[in-house]
Design a protein around this ligand. Structure first.
Ligand code: BG6
Length: 478
């Protein structure tokens, strides 16, 4: 029976816009995330077209990793991290996305972060773009709907690779690229919201625009992979999917088919393109039935073929149900929703907790693609209580992670070639869906609150020592 690789990549994951802060420091321009206010589980966050004077924008200061990176990486090293996933803020390198030359101060910052990781033998895993398109590209081109963004992204990704590929082995192109298959993708992922100001939940969706924009992302991603392979043969470059496992609500064949269709277009479509190098046949019918016509340029299919990824990565938080049902409640979720599963519990934010679903999902993915797989996000967003003595007892988080790691190890025994595991928000950070600070994922507590107050001090939660033991024992002590 297989076991976890000896050099299994245990670590944690973050994203620039959710933890760096310093949103306008050292030449950085505003990204689409910088235009977003905070919300809650019930109240949608808003996007504004201008920075409003008395409005609170959580990404602007976040937890200020920009000025705390040495302290934070030291804590990750203390937990024994082998890998640290972070992203590059595109607007630190190209403030509007349209400059010809990169901003050196931005590149220098990431080089410092990489060097700090290397000091502790932590392997950086860099997401080139994680929900942080330059807002100027939204205004000028309606985000990724404009084909011009491919060239802008190429300049950005080349600048990142040229500067960092000598020191970094693992890169991902776009975080959760399949967000573009769902209306939620319009905002943070595609930026197809030119001129829109208001609640994110009320954005008018146009699937034709959305899928055309997604096509441009595919081409940009493939060009980046191709460039990396040609210039830095030692670099491995992956895709990244938000995997929301869909179960049929009943064994009614109608439900089974609905679940299959949902799995195809929401979970597999993007990775079929990025791993296999061409649009899958089932997409033709979907496009025809939804009156979507993808405009491709002559070389696009060739580029997709030449730019296939080396490994597959995904986020996993929950599963959902789908079927022909009445009177069944809807679930919460990051970018996709479904029906509640009577066998599962859920988090305070309504995300269904399904560790066995992780084993099932890993098997499905590996059977389909047969390339190394990595779980680059997983975790429980919860409200933590800071005790008077400064401790934080987060047994619920340990339970969540333990049960998922157990199932992950079962999947490896099933035969899945798993490279690593980086739980989300290894240090508390801003929530992507709600902009809250109260929805915490970290092993490290940050003194920062939803009203922007807090002294930014860092404290270890109970889960910190627990995860340290898990890593030390390569998953045998859970
Ligand atoms: C994923 C994103 O969808 O889920 C992260 O890649 C995000 O950016 C994570 O933070 C958790 O979602 P949330 O909304 O709880 O922050």
């Amino acid at each position: 029976m297989r076991a976890l690789r000896e050099n299994f990549l245990w670590g944690g994951a973050t994203a620039a816009n959710q933890f760096e802060g310093a949103w306008d420091v050292d030449g950085k321009g505003p990204s689409v995330s910088d235009m977003c206010t905070n919300g809650t589980n019930k109240i949608s966050k808003k996007i504004t077209t201008k920075i409003e004077k008395d409005t609170f924008y959580p990404s602007h200061d976040a937890i200020d990793f920009y000025h705390h990176y040495k302290e934070d990486i030291k804590l990750f090293a203390e937990m024994g991290f082998k890998v640290f996933r972070f992203s590059i803020a595109w607007t630190r390198i190209f403030p509007t996305g349209m400059e010809e030359k990169p901003n050196d101060a931005g590149l220098k910052f990431y080089e410092n972060v990489v060097d700090e990781c290397k000091k502790y033998n932590i392997e950086p895993l860099i997401t080139i773009s994680h929900y942080e398109m330059p807002y100027a590209l939204v205004e000028k081109y309606n985000g990724w709907y404009g084909r011009e963004c491919i060239e802008c992204f190429e300049r950005f990704s080349k600048a990142v690779l040229d500067r960092l590929a000598g020191k970094v082995k693992y890169f991902l192109t776009f975080n959760e690229i399949n967000a573009g298959t769902m209306p939620m993708g319009n905002v943070l992922s595609l930026g197809t919201i030119k001129g829109y100001s208001g609640p994110i939940s009320e954005i008018k969706d146009n699937p034709q625009i959305r899928f055309q924009a997604l096509h441009h992302q595919f081409v940009a991603s493939a060009k980046t992979v191709k460039y990396a392979h040609e210039h830095f043969p030692e670099v491995k470059i992956g895709n990244m999917i938000c995997f929301i496992t869909m179960y049929p609500y009943t064994c009614n064949p109608t439900d089974i088919l609905m679940a299959q269709k949902e799995m195809q277009m929401k979970n597999y479509f993007c990775s079929d393109v990025q791993v296999r190098g061409y649009y899958p046949a089932y997409a033709d019918r979907y496009f025809e039935e939804n009156n979507i016509i993808i405009k491709k340029e002559a070389d696009d299919d060739k580029i997709l073929k030449e730019g296939t990824v080396d490994f597959y990565t995904f986020s996993y938080y929950m599963s959902n149900c789908i079927g022909e049902v009445n009177d069944v409640k809807k679930t919460g979720g990051n970018i996709g929703l479904g029906y509640k599963n009577p066998y599962l519990k859920e988090s305070e934010w309504g995300w269904q907790i399904d560790p066995k679903g992780l084993r099932y999902t890993l098997n499905e993915i590996y059977d389909r693609y047969q390339i190394p797989v990595m779980i680059v996000e997983n975790g429980l967003g919860a409200k933590d209580k800071l005790e008077e003595d400064g401790s934080i007892h987060d047994a619920y988080r340990i339970d969540y992670l333990r049960s998922h790691i157990e199932q992950m190890i079962e999947a490896v025994k099933d035969g899945v070639d798993l490279m690593g595991y980086t739980p989300w928000g290894c240090i508390d950070l801003i929530s992507a869906s709600t902009g809250e600070m109260a929805k915490r994922y970290g092993f490290i507590y940050v003194d920062k609150y939803d009203d922007g107050t807090g002294d930014l001090s860092r404290r270890k939660k109970d889960s910190f020592e627990w995860y340290k033991k898990v890593i030390e024992s390569n998953g045998s002590i859970l």
